[in-house]
Design a protein around this ligand. Structure first.
Ligand SMILES: *[C@@H]1O[C@H](CO)[C@@H](O)[C@H](O)[C@H]1NC(C)=O
Ligand SMILES: *[C@@H]1O[C@H](CO)[C@@H](O)[C@H](O)[C@H]1NC(C)=O
Ligand SMILES: *[C@@H]1O[C@H](CO)[C@@H](O)[C@H](O)[C@H]1NC(C)=O
Ligand SMILES: *[C@@H]1O[C@H](CO)[C@@H](O)[C@H](O)[C@H]1NC(C)=O
Ligand SMILES: *[C@@H]1O[C@H](CO)[C@@H](O)[C@H](O)[C@H]1NC(C)=O
Ligand SMILES: *[C@@H]1O[C@H](CO)[C@@H](O)[C@H](O)[C@H]1NC(C)=O
Ligand SMILES: *[C@@H]1O[C@H](CO)[C@@H](O)[C@H](O)[C@H]1NC(C)=O
Ligand SMILES: *[C@@H]1O[C@H](CO)[C@@H](O)[C@H](O)[C@H]1NC(C)=O
Ligand SMILES: *[C@@H]1O[C@H](CO)[C@@H](O)[C@H](O)[C@H]1NC(C)=O
Ligand SMILES: *[C@@H]1O[C@H](CO)[C@@H](O)[C@H](O)[C@H]1NC(C)=O
Length: 853
């Protein structure tokens, strides 16, 4: 009897208890798990799903909600999902390794009101069975790899409020109802149509929009629509945002759009629209207007340039506008950015009266302005290149030209300087001192913000504040970085969310936070408009493939295996010890990295060295004559630099770290790997390294002509610090154009550097710029130098510059849209080199760039 009791207890421990959760749901969850890896640790067979599994909520013993967002769930979605027939809420978003086709059986979840799969890897068609989910109010399938057409059956989702299909590879036309065939025109309760960044085609049917609809956001940019913009769009009076830019719409802009009194953003840029410039005078809620790059008929500035006083942003590049620019435009109180480049504005530019204090950029490149009167109190940029006025009065063109644009990022105060272990950042959550913690982070994508000034803290701070409040996080726990915004692209930035205490979040916290962001419970301040949140992976991938055997079987095997394993381990330990002793001596010279890793343990990461080689200490000692003073060519906080000749005759510079400035083994390895991957003629390249006898040395190619600093004695060299992206070098024919967000100046002063005429300085500028451009744009991963100065630019025998010392560099966060992976933490403060060559002394300078023949 007793053994029966023991067996019974064992079974209870091993088998999932079905006392709480309905057995059909338990077996459905087990079937789903068979195709998954990395589900939350609380998902164990011995506990009850309804009472203790993260992400599961139940009602009457049935599973009603499943939220498994941003936990790095991997695998595919099993057909068995339809067994969870009481499910109302399904959120599997932001698991980039969860993918494959979406099973049609999902159409059997008749109770479903919310389906969120954004930021996963789903492929294939969107199953038409989704159209049978009549309770559905929220459908977000954005940022996946869905292909094929939009199923017309989505038109049957008569309760749908949110529809986001953006950032997939969908093609074909927007389906319209006809007879008994459904279409998206039937979605009269929808407020959000988000279809950006697909390959949708064809003319958009007049029938798609109607007065009955409640649409607020109509977002169809970056597709391939053709034909006219339907006039019915203008009759949906609730619309606040229209983005139809970057398509091939043609014909005139329908007059009805001018009547939309709630419209805040109108972007029709980069289409083939013609006819007259639309009259927007009555759309007086407009903040953001982008009509650039269309074929409107030649006309003077439209009347609304003087009346739409709530504008923050006006882009109307390349639109045949003539005459003078109305003076009122510059005084709209919220105006931040005006771009009227490539038009035919002429006459005198007057910016004399009350210029908006918010105004940051006025871009009038390539017009025919002949004179300008600009109030000296104006502090923004005024870009007049390509206008005659620059030939008449150079000083005017340079006084107000492009100013440094430093996008906002959260000021971490003293915490910004703290260095934390990999995967952690310092933060301000505990205000007394800066703690290191692993933030949960992701990319926020705003497809239609009502503002364009990315420098203004007033725009971003409210978001930090309300996000922390609404998610019940401590003040200071939200940090914004990597703000990027350019016309035609969404505004994006990284948000890092730090735990209230401790160094990391657990699964239930990550699910709670991510869920509120993907289901729009958190509403960003209205100026930001709608957003999507694509999280970075927070929980690491499992190391091995999970066995699909039942857990009871596993226990049996484990017990039997345990004894065997213990025996084997003892044997193996002995064998390995013998082998290791023999191997160690060999390994020290052939593969010094084998024993590297945190805490000196072997982490098995063999470094990826490209071209760089390992030097024995003796070899370097010899070629520098015991590191004698006569070989010394420089020194600094890190130690000294010696010159030496290798056995093969190659001259090298050896940077020897001194005690106290050494890095950890893992960091040193990282640095070598990084440096050895960077090869460019304008960058000093790494020949090799030495890591032996407690030494850390980097061996570089030797550059004979010294530093730019030495060559520029008496010339003042001025530096400006920037945030990424700062530097952009591009070639047109034989001219190099250097575009920067700010500028560094080499000013002539004193007598020194006489042998460097302007042409040589230009060559130095361009070649250092090419080196930096390579680091920023082509190096993989990108590198920000962070310490550009004249002593870090070396000159070779032809006075070609080679940028040195990018070893302290930080890698740039990879924020390509989709999935974010931040490799190295820290503020992306950076420096750029830019040489302002006085126009008087260099005839080769044009207003847009520097030309080298
Ligand atoms: C999804 O599409 C992107 C862009 O076309 C591609 O780079 C990526 O490999 C695709 N992923 C899958 C899982 O098919
Ligand atoms: C867009 O449509 C035009 C005309 O229908 C076609 O020529 C072009 O290849 C399409 N482009 C893409 C990216 O599908
Ligand atoms: C506008 O474009 C349409 C379609 O491309 C064309 O048929 C029409 O003639 C154009 N109208 C004008 C005024 O250029
Ligand atoms: C604009 O609205 C007014 C009144 O609501 C209406 O009379 C007029 O026809 C509308 N204009 C256009 C072009 O739709
Ligand atoms: C600005 O210039 C215009 C045209 O020259 C002139 O009429 C106006 O009085 C000026 N306003 C101020 C405040 O100087
Ligand atoms: C100004 O407009 C020109 C032409 O569109 C563009 O190339 C340039 O990047 C713009 N400059 C700024 C600072 O926006
Ligand atoms: C050129 O512009 C500057 C700045 O606005 C002004 O002070 C100066 O008088 C102008 N020079 C000429 C010759 O017009
Ligand atoms: C959530 O944020 C909004 C502003 O976006 C704010 O008005 C609201 O009070 C917040 N709700 C909570 C519960 O903090
Ligand atoms: C997860 O973290 C939250 C907040 O720190 C805590 O309240 C909760 O008990 C934790 N859950 C588990 C399962 O540890
Ligand atoms: C998002 O989740 C919250 C919290 O569970 C819920 O109250 C809300 O209704 C959900 N929103 C949507 C659109 O499903």
């Amino acid at each position: 009897m007793q053994w029966l009791l023991i067996l019974f207890m064992l079974l209870v421990r091993v088998r999932p208890s079905s006392s709480q959760t309905n057995p059909q749901d338990v077996s459905a969850l087990q079937a789903l798990m068979k195709n998954w890896q990395n589900e939350p640790p609380s998902w164990t067979g011995s506990t009850d799903p309804c009472t203790s599994w993260d992400g599961i909520s139940c009602s009457n013993r049935r599973v009603t909600e499943m939220r498994l967002t941003s936990i790095n769930l991997q695998g595919t979605l099993s057909n068995a999902i339809d067994q969870l027939s009481s499910l109302t809420y399904l959120d599997l978003s932001n698991n980039p390794n969860l993918g494959g086709p979406l099973p049609p059986s999902i159409g059997n979840l008749k109770q479903l009101t919310t389906l969120i799969l954004l930021g996963c890897g789903f492929t294939g068609n969107i199953p038409e069975q989704i159209g049978t989910l009549r309770q559905l109010t929220f459908l977000a399938l954005n940022s996946n790899n869905f292909t094929g057409g939009i199923p017309p059956t989505l038109g049957l989702l008569s309760n749908l409020f949110w529809l986001d299909l953006s950032d997939n590879q969908l093609s074909g036309k927007i389906p319209i109802s006809s007879g008994s065939d459904p279409g998206l025109d039937q979605l009269v309760k929808a407020e959000h149509f988000h279809f950006s960044e697909n390959q949708l085609t064809g003319p958009m049917d007049e029938k798609l929009f109607s007065e009955k609809m409640r649409l607020k956001h109509v977002i169809f940019d970056n597709n391939n629509f053709t034909g006219p913009i339907p006039g019915s769009l203008g009759r949906v009076s609730s619309i606040q945002i229209i983005r139809l830019d970057h398509n091939q719409f043609s014909g005139p802009v329908p007059g009805s759009i001018a009547n939309m009194s709630l419209l805040m953003e109108l972007s029709l840029a980069s289409n083939q629209l013609n006819g007259t410039v639309p009259d927007l005078t009555s759309a007086n809620a407009l903040n953001y207007v982008d009509l650039s790059n269309n074929n409107f008929a030649t006309s003077p500035a439209p009347r609304w340039f003087s009346t739409l006083t709530s504008l923050t942003t006006l882009f109307m590049d390349n639109n045949h506008l003539t005459g003078t620019i109305p003076i009122a435009l510059f005084s709209f109180p919220q105006m931040e950015q005006i771009s009227l480049a490539k038009n035919s504005f002429s006459g005198k530019l007057i910016m004399n009266s009350t210029i908006s204090s918010q105004l940051r950029v006025v871009n009038l490149t390539n017009n025919q302005i002949i004179d300008a009167e600009v109030d000296p109190s104006y502090t923004g940029s005024l870009i007049l290149s390509g206008n005659l006025v620059c030939f008449n009065n150079i000083s005017l063109c340079s006084t107000f030209k492009q100013k440094q644009q430093v996008p906002y990022s959260t000021n971490l105060g003293p915490c910004g300087a703290i260095s934390c272990p990999t995967d952690q950042s310092a933060n301000l959550v505990t205000s007394q001192n800066c703690a290191c913690a692993s933030p949960f982070q992701g990319l926020m994508i705003f497809r239609a913000p009502a503002f364009s000034d990315v420098m203004n803290p007033k725009s971003f701070e409210p978001l930090e504040l309300t996000l922390a409040q609404n998610l019940s996080l401590a003040p200071g726990s939200v940090a914004i970085s990597n703000v990027e915004f350019s016309p035609g692209e969404p505004l994006t930035f990284t948000v890092k969310i730090f735990p209230n205490s401790g160094t990391s979040f657990n699964h239930s916290e990550v699910i709670r936070i991510s869920s509120a962001l993907v289901n729009q419970t958190y509403k960003a301040p209205t100026s930001f408009g709608p957003y999507s949140f694509i999280a970075s992976t927070y929980f690491a991938s499992p190391s091995g493939k999970k066995s699909s055997m039942g857990k009871g079987v596993i226990i049996g095997i484990v017990v039997a295996g345990f004894l065997l394993v213990v025996g084997l381990i003892l044997v193996a330990i002995y064998a390995l010890r013998q082998k290791k002793i023999a191997k160690e001596a060999v390994e020290r010279t052939t593969n010094p990295f084998a024993s590297w890793g945190q805490g000196g343990k072997d982490n098995g990461d063999v470094p990826q060295l490209k071209g760089a080689r390992y030097f024995a200490f003796e070899e370097l000692n010899k070629c520098t004559n015991n590191f004698s003073e006569t070989h010394e060519i420089g020194s600094g906080g890190y130690g000294k630099v010696y010159k030496g000749m290798l056995a093969n005759g190659q001259m090298v510079a050896i940077k020897r770290a001194q005690q106290g400035s050494m890095q950890g083994a893992a960091e040193f390895k990282n640095e070598i790997e990084l440096l050895s991957r960077v090869h460019h003629k304008n960058l000093v390249s790494l020949v090799g390294f030495c890591y032996e006898q407690g030494e850390q040395m980097l061996v570089y190619e030797y550059i004979p002509n010294g530093t730019l600093r030495e060559n520029l004695k008496g010339i003042l060299f001025k530096l400006h610090h920037h945030y990424y992206p700062i530097f952009n070098l591009f070639t047109i024919n034989t001219c190099y154009y250097i575009r920067t967000w700010g500028f560094i100046q080499i000013l002539t002063a004193g007598k020194g550097g006489a042998h460097l005429d302007w042409k040589k300085r230009l060559r130095i500028a361009v070649s250092s710029a090419k080196g930096l451009a390579y680091l920023h744009e082509l190096a993989d991963p990108p590198i920000i130098h962070r310490d550009i100065k004249s002593t870090n630019i070396l000159l070779d025998e032809n006075l070609i510059a080679k940028v040195a010392d990018f070893g302290l560099s930080k890698l740039v966060a990879n924020t390509k849209r989709g999935h974010v992976s931040i490799q190295v933490k820290g503020t992306l403060v950076s420096a750029s080199l830019d040489l302002t060559l006085s126009a008087n002394s260099n005839p080769l300078i044009s207003s847009t760039g520097y030309c080298c023949q």
